[in-house]
Design a protein around this ligand. Structure first.
Ligand code: GLA
Length: 727
């Protein structure tokens, strides 16, 4: 049983393989947090005296209660607004008299097997045979019939708790949600480092680790997308925790729009984490009887350092978030036309690339931007999702020829966008996200469609479906090359304008759902100028996301390792591209580019017709490596072996199959240092008692993990992969 309710203590204990979570209902019906972290055994010792005593009139208490009951001083699972808890909080709701006072107390709970999906939002799922239980706690406001249903689904085997909140308006008047966070977690001290993944376009998800300090530390987005700048996920690491040891807490928000994850270190020495939709520029009007569900947050804990946290989350997302087993499935090994041809192609050129690809064992050609409308550069045609026959002739015929080579075919779309120079804009200028009478902001010569309008989503569904039905298209790359501005919808009344960004996201998710229903086998790759929308929300629909427009292998080390903190490697879009690299101008050996792209979905992003004999031989080897090692990389446990918080001269990481009989180590010398001594890579996660064959030697797991493997890499950008197999 993963959810226990101990009635005589009003105590809830949620148990996973490697973590416990406990809270109870106190005498005043508040949901008081007790523990989130390492496993507990039994219930004794969880509730000890008063959890906290407040000491001043500056932490007020409710009339009729005692000073030590001050909500400002309790650790709480859910906190309202304007009744004395002055920390960042879970909810603030405006009632019809204009009050923003929100104060909810425990009413009831229920426990059931499995987990419900959220309507219209990405959500984790549980199969019939998975050990998953859900606890739902109903809290009700003290002054009106506004309810908050807190949901905790316990994914026992993956040591992950899924939380979300549903607000239900049981009053007779409309209410306005001004803030409704998906989860609040009160940790008993502030001795943590805040770990975030930050950066910019072509430099996404670089890890940063900083000590928490008094006040609020936060990451957020108001871009209408999660953004290149901060990924909606944080880890809190005990100061002494490392990659391999110590307490680490992870919180990942499954949402792709405006988000906020904040941690407040408050006066009594605790840290409160809140994660959810960013309340900035957000409000949601709830009519009587209506409800609102927040996105989900995935909470995990590991006593085995950052690596342990990542492995919990990888397991969880691969099994319970990424649909249809795609996380483990081999994806067609692809070549993408973008860096090979940009806008300059015709069907002959595409067929040339496809022929070379087929000869080399590559399995799919993806036709990127430029195949539709009259698009020969990035100034026109977004929204006109019909084939540019002048450029590529009949799409069905082109695809048939590609299929005849034994290759699959994939196609690029940027559904949410519209160019001013487009037929769609001429027909529907009102579909653009804009405020009438105010000048618009442009990004890459394009504007956004108002995805909050159902007719826009329907138009996109129909036009994209027409194309997908017209040819054998097995993969779709869904791009988004700018962020939201002038967030205003012509069709919503003034009091609902705070809903536009979230409604936009719901429109995006809805279009995904409609397309997947119509084309169940379709593989969709997410993208937003590379990794500008790489988040768990998108992973609810797409099994892979193009990780960065920066395809430079050396740059990719940090980007991919950073991404792997929270997201499984099998979701990371990674390709071999040409050198000098188009973004950095750097030259890296072809073999190294392959070794690094192997830690992802793997593919090519270059003109295969221009490869030398030597490079073609390397492609053949890389293709063979992909097939040989895919199951270890996609399905195994990841161990980062170097300090992924910084740019190192030497980096290494590895994957171990779940039965520990196989492993793959990648080692890269970024900068060669002459006379740098002898270097050993020490693998992790092996079975100490198994004997592994590696590099012609037979060595026990114990010796390998203690002594390591000697690695000789003597030039800039050199790499090696080591395959370990148990005898
Ligand atoms: C974005 C993507 C690229 C490519 C271009 C096409 O930048 O990240 O991979 O698809 O758009 O315009």
């Amino acid at each position: 049983m993963s959810v226990q309710f101990i009635e005589n203590k009003n105590l809830f204990i949620l148990s996973c393989a490697k973590l416990s979570y406990a809270f109870y209902v106190d005498a005043n019906r508040r949901l008081v947090h007790l523990h989130f972290g390492g496993k507990v055994f039994g219930e004794e010792g969880l509730i000890q005296q008063e959890i906290r005593k407040s000491h001043s009139s500056f932490s007020p208490w409710a009339a009729g209660e005692k000073p030590e009951d001050s909500v400002d001083a309790l650790q709480l699972e859910f906190s309202g607004f304007n009744t004395g808890d002055f920390r960042v909080n879970s909810a603030a709701v405006q009632t019809c008299n204009g009050s923003r006072i929100t104060d909810a107390l425990y009413v009831s709970h229920r426990i059931y097997k499995g987990k419900k999906r959220l309507a219209g939002l990405p959500s984790a799922f549980a199969g019939d045979h998975d050990s998953v239980e859900t606890l739902e706690i109903t809290m009700r406001d003290t002054a009106c019939e506004l309810e908050f249903i807190l949901s905790y689904s316990v994914f026992e085997e993956c040591s992950t708790i899924v939380r979300s909140v549903k607000a239900v308006n049981g009053t007779a008047s409309p209410l306005v949600l001004e803030r409704l966070m998906s989860a609040q977690l009160d940790l008993p001290h502030t001795g943590f480092d805040f770990v975030q993944l930050s950066g910019s376009w072509t430099r996404e998800r670089h890890p940063e680790r900083t000590s928490l300090r008094s006040g609020i530390q936060a990451i957020r987005s108001v871009r209408g997308a999660s953004g290149h700048q901060n990924s909606p996920a944080v880890a809190l690491m005990a100061h002494d925790a490392t990659e391999y040891s110590g307490d680490v807490y992870g919180a990942v928000l499954a949402y792709s729009g405006n988000f906020l994850i904040e941690v407040e270190c408050e006066q009594y020495g605790t840290a409160r984490l809140c994660a959810g939709i960013n309340p900035e520029n957000f409000s949601w009007r709830l009519a009587p009887g209506e409800s609102f569900e927040t996105p989900e947050v995935y909470l995990t804990y590991s006593g085995e350092g950052l690596g342990g946290m990542s492995r919990n989350l990888h397991d969880f997302m691969r099994r319970h978030l990424i649909r249809d087993g795609w996380a483990y499935r081999k994806r067609p090994l692809l070549v993408n036309s973008w860096e090979a041809a940009y806008f300059d192609f015709d069907s002959a050129k595409l067929l040339g690339i496809a022929e070379s690809a087929a000869r080399l064992g590559i399995e799919m050609l993806v036709l990127d931007d430029g195949w539709f409308g009259v698009r020969n550069d990035d100034t026109t045609s977004l929204g006109d999702w019909f084939v540019n026959t002048e450029k590529i002739g009949d799409l069905g015929e082109l695809v048939r020829k590609i299929n005849a080579l034994g290759m699959k075919f994939g196609l690029w779309f940027e559904p949410e966008m519209i160019s001013e120079k487009s037929e769609l804009y001429r027909k529907h200028p009102e579909w653009v996200l804009h405020e009438p009478g105010r000048r618009r902001s442009i990004g890459r010569e394009q504007m956004l469609l108002d995805m909050s309008r159902p007719e826009v989503v329907q138009y996109l569904f129909e036009t994209i479906s027409n194309i997908l039905h017209s040819a054998n298209i097995e993969y779709l790359k869904w791009d988004m090359n700018r962020n939201l501005t002038e967030v205003y919808s012509d069709v919503l009344p003034p009091e609902r304008q705070g809903e536009v960004s979230h409604r936009y996201m719901l429109g995006v998710y809805r279009l995904h759902e409609m397309l997947l229903k119509e084309f169940p086998g379709l593989l969709i790759e997410g993208c937003s100028g590379g990794g500008g929308r790489f988040d768990a929300g998108m992973l609810g629909y797409v099994p892979q996301i193009w990780c960065s427009d920066d395809t430079d292998a050396m740059e990719r080390i940090l980007i991919q390792l950073g991404t792997s903190y929270f997201y499984p490697v099998s979701a990371i879009g990674a390709h071999v591209s040409v050198c000098p690299n188009h973004i950095t101008g750097r030259i890296t050996p072809f073999a190294t580019r392959g070794d690094i792209a192997l830690s992802g979905t793997f593919g090519y992003e270059l003109d295969l017709t221009k490869l030398s004999e030597e490079e073609q031989a390397l492609v053949r080897k890389q293709v063979a490596d992909y097939h040989k090692y895919h199951h270890i990389i996609a399905g195994g446990d990841l161990y980062r072996l170097s300090d992924s918080f910084k740019v190192n001269a030497f980096d290494a990481w590895m994957y171990v199959s779940r039965d520990r009989r196989e492993a793959l180590i990648t080692a890269v010398c970024r900068f060669c240092r002459p006379n740098d001594g002898v270097r050993f890579v020490r693998p992790r996660g092996l079975d100490p008692e198994m004997i592994y064959e590696v590099d012609g030697m037979q060595i026990s797991g114990a010796t390998l993990m203690s002594v390591g493997i000697q690695v000789r890499l003597n030039s800039d950008g050199a790499s090696r992969i080591y395959y370990l197999k148990a005898l």
